[in-house]
Write a protein that binds this ligand. Structure first.
Ligand code: ARG
Length: 456
């Protein structure tokens, strides 16, 4: 089949060579963006008088027909036409005749493809932001039910200090808040239009780039035509923001998985978000959480992949850049899917409050309370730490916890210890008293939740 760019060629590439160079297999996902960009471009060509009105009308009519077919999934793409741009242009010409060939006036596939990518992210990054926010709301709803649920807080995955379970859950709210801010901020750079840059140097036609920007709803146009066709930073940024978002989801997933074990049993996932084993009838596996943790790998891979593609490319457009697409599509699908699943998983999970209660009553995570108690009574903290450590050791020898240790045993280490130490050692008190700004004290957690709700 004759190529749209075939004029200077004496022979055609063989089909298998074409196949290697073609992107239609994946860039057909940009069909709507490509049509939208063409509609704006040809409208602008009409308004500036570059094309006569009757040609513009015919082209717009043809594009409208293609759009209807695209929506009905009726377009038949061919590898011989390489990519989405040439496929659509060829279809347009087949549909309305040679006048369709006027669409590409003052335009190149280089500014066209960059435009499509900007349009793609301009439409979908807000979807990501919306899903993040939805998930944040679910986290707040769960947290509000567990302000006074005491849970072990960990460092080194060793029991550290008791905390409000809401305080723990809300960490993920704040991580997502930063993700949301990053995606929102990145919109500023997505919202710049490359169209009109031509192949790279601009065009001799008296085009109106601002008109195209207005028609497509872009806030600005690239100031440098060479930058416009060679920039893929906005995609790298999307992949980078996504990689960090997935890191957060993966950390949360890891906790969900640990909490679901028989060893922890802090939560139970809903059946609707769990799977069984084909051999072990008792199993209920947190597959969705594991899958999100696993999919984080591809999000990282897509980021590193594009950075690597770009690092050696001279200005301006190089075919290497065709490799920007699959990773972006894949990361978009991964992020949207993971956010939806995670939200459902957290919304429907059951928190095992009895188990959490039991956990904080059978550990040494209240040891800091004892040291703080002694320090409050004037003992240097370092000494208080030592005394407490000895009492912990005594308990371990006896197979009991600090709350079980009789006062006379305590007094052997320090006379400063009085009967009221038992109130101080109660895990609920330990949490309640951590009322420093941003701490886990119930009052602080309520303030935090209030602040979070204001942000939503
Ligand atoms: N399929 C190409 C891509 O995705 C479109 C731009 C091609 N431009 C060119 N001069 N070959 O990058």
């Amino acid at each position: 089949m004759a190529k749209l760019w075939g004029g200077r060629f004496q022979k055609s590439a063989e089909a298998w060579v074409d196949e290697f160079g073609a992107s239609i297999g994946f860039d057909q996902q940009l069909v709507m963006e490509d049509i939208e960009g063409s509609v704006a471009h040809v409208t602008m060509l009409g308004e500036t008088g570059i094309l006569p009105a009757e040609d513009v009308t015919k082209i717009l009519d043809g594009l409208a027909q293609l759009k209807v077919k695209a929506e009905a999934d009726e377009l038949e793409f061919s590898v011989a036409n390489e990519d989405i741009h040439l496929n659509l242009e060829k279809m347009l010409i087949d549909l309305i005749g040679p006048v369709g060939g006027k669409l590409h006036t003052g335009r190149s596939r280089n500014d066209q493809v960059a435009t499509d990518m900007h349009l793609f992210l301009k439409k979908r990054v807000p979807e990501v932001i919306g899903l993040i926010e939805n998930f944040q709301k679910t986290i707040v709803t769960q947290a509000e039910q567990h302000v006074e649920t005491i849970a072990p807080g960990y460092t080194h995955l060793q029991r550290a200090q008791p905390v409000s379970f809401a305080h723990h859950l809300m960490v993920y709210f704040w991580q997502l808040q930063r993700d949301k801010e990053r995606f929102t901020e990145s919109m500023k750079r997505i919202d710049i239009l490359p169209l009109g840059a031509g192949a790279m140097a601009g065009t001799t036609f008296p085009i109106d780039r601002l008109k195209s920007a207005e028609l497509l709803g872009f806030a600005d146009v690239y100031a440098n035509s060479m930058d416009a066709v060679s920039d893929r930073d906005f995609i790298v940024e999307f992949l980078s923001n996504s990689a960090l978002l997935m890191t957060h989801l993966s950390r949360f997933a890891e906790e969900i998985i640990i909490w679901s074990t028989d060893e922890f049993k802090f939560i139970e996932l809903d059946d609707a978000f769990s799977t069984g084993s084909s051999i072990m009838p008792q199993k209920k596996n947190p597959d969705m959480a594991e899958l999100i943790r696993g999919k984080t790998g591809r999000a990282f891979g897509n980021l590193v992949g594009l950075l690597t593609v770009l690092k050696g490319t001279p200005l301006t457009y190089n075919k290497d850049m065709q490799e920007d697409k699959e990773g972006m599509f894949d990361t978009m699908e991964t992020v949207l899917g993971s956010l939806k699943i995670f939200e459902g998983m957290v919304r429907t999970m059951t928190v095992n409050t009895a188990r959490l209660h039991g956990a904080v009553h059978s550990d040494f995570s209240n040891a800091t309370e004892l040291a703080d108690y002694l320090a409050t009574k004037g003992m240097p903290f370092r000494e208080a730490h030592e005394v407490t450590g000895k009492l912990v050791y005594t308990c371990i020898q006896k197979g009991i916890y600090l709350l079980d240790l009789p006062l006379e045993e305590m007094k052997k280490e320090s006379e400063l210890l009085e009967e009221d130490i038992y109130d101080v050692l109660a895990p609920e008190a330990a949490v309640r008293r951590r009322n420093s700004l941003g701490g886990t004290g119930f009052e602080q957690v309520k303030i935090q939740l209030q602040k979070a709700k204001e942000l939503l």
